[in-house]
Ligand binder design. Structure first.
Ligand code: HEC
Ligand code: HEC
Ligand code: HEC
Ligand code: HEC
Ligand code: HEC
Ligand code: HEC
Length: 300
């Protein structure tokens, strides 16, 4: 009797051992991200795929995907990034939206609430490759697939791997969705659309984007000429939309403490605070006053 029981138990142990071995080799579920070789050139799950790297299954499962997920992911595409970038336990070292998915689920003046994959190409294809931005997997606004095609971007807004101007490349990226903020005067074609684009409303004049502000030489009907009216460059989107730093709490252009990603100050160089409203005067005074008593209201 005892012997039979022993044989039975041994048999069962063996069965479970084989089962466990088989389970350990199962890879049709998702796997844990490893930044070690060969996954390290570059060490991101978003590009650098080779025959021997192990990246696809970090996000997708082939047979055992969640029935409530999309494209074989554990969750919807809209929530596909939370697990690593919008949670305190995420495997990535880089986190956004204050680690709280609720902060991008609702539209406020402090965030971009459109989904991550509208701006980021998760597999790193057709991205802005300006060297300082190439890791950010941002969709290239000049790619054929871009929402709007702007023909005449400023020459320094170069999104290729040759581009030296980070802020310029970033500005170009923004115009993929916000095209009518690109230009200066009379920024419209005969068709009423923004110069070089199709299908977006105009005509509008948008605030001039220039670093040449020593002497005001308006082409647009102002009475003042030859004087200084601005004390800081407006050359980039981030010249004005200047709130947010690369920290979890305050991260441009995801969620920042400033309304419409802006800071507000009494004059150029004065202490700036997050703008409580996009229409408060400090968002203009930070450039149109040179000190506490020069500039708009004092000199012009
Ligand atoms: C970091 C997570 C992640 C990794 C790693 C990843 N994917 Fe994806 N994959 C996604 C997401 C998110 C989508 C949905 C993309 C979208 O809707 O824009 C997607 C979509 C897809 C699609 C559907 C087409 C599309 O673009 O929507 C295919 C096919 C695909 N992935 C294959 C792969 C393969 C093959 C690999 C490895 C070489 C891989 N993925 C690695 C997250 C990932
Ligand atoms: C499985 C975890 C995982 C998922 C899911 C994931 N990522 Fe990542 N992501 C990483 C890792 C790891 C890196 C490399 C940076 C690091 O070491 O943390 C990275 C890097 C990035 C970077 C560049 C960060 C930098 O400054 O270098 C961006 C942008 C990014 N991911 C966006 C996304 C988006 C958008 C999604 C969803 C479509 C997504 N990621 C889904 C793990 C993930
Ligand atoms: C993929 C398209 C897309 C890109 C690229 C994009 N945006 Fe937006 N942006 C939107 C949409 C859609 C809204 C309105 C809904 C929202 O706030 O999410 C918006 C809203 C805004 C707002 C108003 C915020 C608010 O809700 O009050 C500002 C300011 C802004 N974007 C600036 C930028 C800047 C600067 C960049 C470049 C870093 C940029 N956007 C890139 C689509 C885009
Ligand atoms: C409107 C466009 C837009 C949307 C929507 C967006 N991002 Fe980004 N993201 C950017 C831009 C632009 C950068 C680069 C900012 C810079 O480095 O100046 C960036 C950078 C990042 C980085 C790197 C941050 C760092 O500090 O280096 C991560 C991670 C990231 N995004 C993840 C996400 C995730 C996750 C979502 C959705 C929950 C998302 N992004 C939605 C435009 C966007
Ligand atoms: C000279 C400063 C300045 C520059 C440069 C600038 N903006 Fe703005 N932008 C503002 C101010 C101020 C507001 C808020 C105005 C309001 O709420 O009526 C704003 C609002 C916006 C809005 C939201 C309101 C709307 O009309 O949809 C978007 C989107 C936007 N800017 C995108 C951009 C982009 C993209 C760039 C770069 C290509 C850019 N801006 C360059 C000052 C600027
Ligand atoms: C980041 C700096 C900056 C901010 C913020 C800024 N401006 Fe300007 N602004 C400039 C520069 C630079 C010029 C060009 C001055 C020159 O040509 O000498 C200018 C020019 C102007 C002009 C003359 C434009 C023309 O067509 O002749 C007006 C009007 C103006 N700004 C209004 C505003 C208002 C209103 C705000 C706030 C909503 C604002 N600016 C915010 C930098 C800025």
């Amino acid at each position: 009797m005892k012997k039979t029981l022993f044989v039975l138990i041994t048999a069962m142990v063996l069965v479970f051992a084989f089962a466990a071995t088989a389970m350990a080799n199962t890879s049709s579920g998702t796997i844990t991200w490893s930044a070690a070789a060969p996954n390290n050139s570059p060490a991101t799950p978003h590009k650098g795929y080779a025959y021997n790297t192990q990246k696809c299954l970090v996000c997708h499962a082939v047979h055992k995907a969640s029935p409530t997920g999309q494209v074989l992911l554990g969750d919807t595409v809209a929530n596909a990034c939370n697990y690593c970038h919008v949670s305190t336990t995420g495997v990535s070292t880089v986190h956004v939206y204050n680690n709280d998915p609720a902060t991008f689920a609702t539209d406020t003046v402090f965030n971009h609430s459109n989904k991550c994959t509208a701006c980021h190409a998760v597999h790193g294809a057709d991205t802005v490759n300006q060297p300082d931005l190439s890791a950010k997997i941002l969709k290239d606004p000049t790619a054929a697939s871009a929402e709007f095609q702007i023909e005449s971007l400023p020459s320094n807004w170069d999104v290729t791997s040759e581009g030296t101007d980070r802020a310029g490349a970033l500005s170009a990226f923004c115009t993929a969705c916000h095209p009518y903020f690109t230009g200066t005067y009379a920024d419209s074609d005969a068709d009423g659309n923004v110069t070089g684009s199709s299908g977006v409303g105009g005509p509008y004049n948008s605030h001039i984007m220039t670093s040449d502000f020593a002497s005001y030489d308006p082409a647009n009907g102002a009475t003042a000429t030859g004087i200084q009216v601005a004390w800081a460059s407006s050359a980039y989107c981030t010249s004005c939309h200047d709130s947010g730093a690369d920290t979890v709490a305050d991260n441009f252009p995801h969620l920042t403490s400033g309304a419409r990603f802006m800071k507000s100050a009494e004059y150029a160089g004065a202490a700036a605070t997050a703008a409580a409203s996009p229409t408060q005067d400090g968002v203009c005074l930070k450039c149109h006053r040179g000190s506490a008593d020069t500039g708009v209201q004092f000199d012009f």
